[in-house]
Write a protein that binds this ligand. Sequence first.
Ligand SMILES: [Mg+2]
Length: 361
Amino acid sequence: MDKPIRKIIHIDMDAFYASVEQRDNPLYRGKPIAVGGSPEGRGGVVATASYEARKFGVRSAMPSKRARELCPDLIFVRPRFDVYKEVSAQIRAIFHRYTDLIEPLSLDEAYLDVTVDKLGIGSAIEIAHAIRKAIREELQLTASAGVSVNKFVAKIASDLQKPDGFAFIGPSSIEAFMEKLAVEKFHGVGRVTAQKMKDRGIFTGADLKKLTEEELVRDFGKTGAFYYRIVRGLDDRPVQPHRETKSVGAEDTFQEDLSSLEEMAPELDRLSVIVRDRLQRHQLRGKTVTLKVKFSDFRLITRSFSLPVPTDDLELIQSTVRQLLRGVLEEPVKIRLLGVSLSNFGEPPPTVQLGLFFTED
Ligand SMILES: [Mg+2]
């Protein structure tokens, strides 16, 4: 009762916001630019850096102040989310020529299931090339594509030849590919987990494969079971169109466990800025603010608070999260991960609120 082999494409636009800005403004072309908050304002964060800026080590989610230190000539550009949304819809329209089984992950990234395609082309590789060509010719932007039989491997493949790249990892080469892959390249393995693995002599997929499922769960919590399957190339998650955004969040694992409010407050403020930016990008406001805490022993708790009206206001998010954290800190703790998210999205508040948004940042 074998299921038919699926054909999955992962498309990822190259430095999307920055590329759109460079396309639309010749003054930015060939220059290091960062789309995001200004380094002067409080809590500005880089949303996307151009490839010229990445050479200096500028990365997304980095505080804008830090980005300017790394690259003094960096040009900061305010995001134009309405434009990115429009371009994203144009990209989506190109996908729809081939399949309606599209799962967007964000404005610039999507999975496509082309096991059956609308034009009867039959080759995922050919479709991926046609999509990249259409994006280049019609939108003057570049995309990278990965093709495989599941989402996990397709996503890794799209990153292999970035920017403007393409990679295909077929069923017969998946296991060998995963064995050679460095653990930090595993999507979902953050830098802290990667370091923890290396400390134990786990450098590649092959090393990871030597561990039993029980050992992986013991050492890495629930995700351990996911690693066990993924290193064997097993991932049967379907491509889900119309998947609603149910929550918007950001989290980080720390190099050293945190134990005081003084250590955690700046981390929470930074995560809140990222969440606020993501909310605005998706034009969402959430009523329920959730704090996620993972302790050093991998125990995971969440604490939530529901506001009277949906919000994307940074200060309100920050103060709510801090309040939630105070409750957790009533006993001594060692914390390895903090996360902030908003959910329970509602209609935007009445226009009375507009003043707030104009003065923001
Ligand atoms: Mg991208």
